[in-house]
Design a protein around this ligand. Structure first.
Ligand code: HEM
Length: 402
């Protein structure tokens, strides 16, 4: 284990809660827009700087194996850890699976899943358990072609993945723990990958193993890592987004009342939730050469951590940034990242959140977070709560929403 630096040389973890993290990010944006922590990682806080790092793949690489060779096996086939031109090749494989048009075709099924999950609940319940976790898991599992019955297993893996975080990106323990979960999930997915090679079906795993880009097919290892990424990225963040929407509406009950009265405002509200409580807290890059950020020069092979949560609260870009405003225009948040690695699943995540809010407002005449709920935030990497206990009262009617 590496030795921990003193606490003033470490960023607060999202686990400490929004009341600790957000004021710290605000102070850093104002006073120290580029800051090096005790492990040598450079943190980037302002919108313009986060944007600069995100678009420049040549100088800010996503391939962490250049400084941490232990990542190499995990990086194979994993879009988030790959640079162009390999990144472009892999990304083409899913380019059609998640376009707004393809995702529009899934709306009916997302409504159906959401309605079924909410069919029998009323009074006090945990919205994460009932809806915000099972809905996105069911949708991504069905897209990939995985049995819904294995949902509990994905949930367990996701929880274990979210529980792994270390401040030091070079901490060897981090890789050992990460590989243990990914290896297990990989073994499970490998069976499906191999099965689809011999028994093609109409699902995303089949598309991934049969598609050819530049005359080449994915190897088993690449396909497994690709599926692992889609399965984990495809539900953890969506679950957090739906939970974050509840936190926003609980903090701003007038906005909730407006949305209930006029569902046409829901898409704008979802964008504002993404800005105000961005589920993906920060990304990681490695410098390939000497670079300058916020007037400071960084050597090659430096870890850089652009904070999405901070960029989206930057007063230089968003007037009155600490106010949740469902009519905010323009709203150029970067909750889905920016540049070549912009989130593949953004249209799906947006659709899931819009449908969830619509159905929730329709089903419940009252819905708020339990007044005595002790909200527990996840640790590094993401920004959101582990469970959302609510008090709800059902509407007398059930409109058909499809
Ligand atoms: C609210 C929900 C979501 C948020 C906030 C989110 C956020 C992000 C962010 C910030 C990135 C960029 C990472 C980077 O620059 O290193 C990203 C990439 C990615 N996301 Fe999402 N995501 C969400 C939902 C989804 C869903 C539903 C899927 C899959 C169905 C998905 C799949 C991916 C993939 C495959 C990438 C890698 C893209 C690349 O590196 O080219 N995400 N996401």
């Amino acid at each position: 284990m590496t030795q921990s630096p003193s606490s003033d040389l470490m960023a607060p973890s999202p686990e400490e809660g929004d009341h600790v993290l957000l004021p710290w990010l605000s102070r850093m944006r104002a006073a120290e827009p580029l800051w090096q922590d005790g492990y040598g990682v450079w943190h980037v806080f302002r919108y313009a700087d986060v944007e600069q790092v995100s678009v420049d793949a040549a100088r800010f690489s996503s391939d962490q194996s250049r400084v941490n060779p232990a990542v190499a096996d995990l990086a194979r086939g994993n879009l988030t850890l790959t640079d162009p031109p390999e990144h472009r090749r892999l990304r083409q494989l899913v380019s059609t699976a998640f376009t707004p048009r393809t995702v529009a075709g899934l709306e009916g099924r997302i409504v159906e899943v959401t309605e079924a999950l909410l069919a029998d609940v009323d009074g006090e319940f945990d919205l994460t358990e009932v809806l915000t976790h099972p809905m996105p898991v069911t949708v991504i599992a069905e897209l990939l072609g995985l049995p819904a019955a294995d949902r509990g297993y994905f949930a367990e893996c996701a929880d274990r993945l979210l529980g792994i975080h270390a401040d030091d990106p070079n901490d060897p323990e981090l890789m050992v723990r990460f590989e243990a979960v990914m290896g297990e999930l990989g073994d499970y997915l490998r069976e499906h990958v191999r099965d689809r090679r011999s028994n093609p079906r109409s699902d995303l795993i089949t598309d991934l193993v049969t598609a050819e880009v530049d005359g080449e097919r994915l190897t088993d290892a690449e396909a497994v890592n690709f599926c692992t990424l889609l399965l984990s990225a495809g539900h953890i963040t969506s679950t957090l987004l739906l939970g974050n929407a509840m936190l926003c509406l609980d903090e701003y009950p007038d906005a909730a009342a407006e949305l209930r009265a006029d569902p046409a405002l829901i898409p704008g509200a979802v964008e504002e939730v993404l800005r105000y409580r961005s589920p993906f807290a920060q990304v990681v890059r490695v410098t390939t050469t000497e670079v300058e950020i916020a007037g400071i020069s960084l050597p090659p092979n430096s870890f850089v951590m652009p904070w999405i949560v901070s960029a989206n609260r930057d007063e230089r870009v968003f007037p009155d940034a600490d106010r949740f405003d469902i009519r905010r225009t323009p709203n150029n948040h970067i909750a889905f990242g920016h540049g070549g690695h912009f989130c593949v699943g953004a249209p799906l995540a947006r659709m899931e959140a819009r449908v969830a809010l619509r159905v929730l407002f329709d089903r419940f005449s009252e819905l708020r977070i339990s007044p005595d709920a002790a909200l527990e935030f996840y640790g590094r990497g993401v920004f959101g709560v582990k469970s959302v206990p609510v008090v709800a009262r059902r509407n007398g009617h059930n409109r058909n929403l499809t």
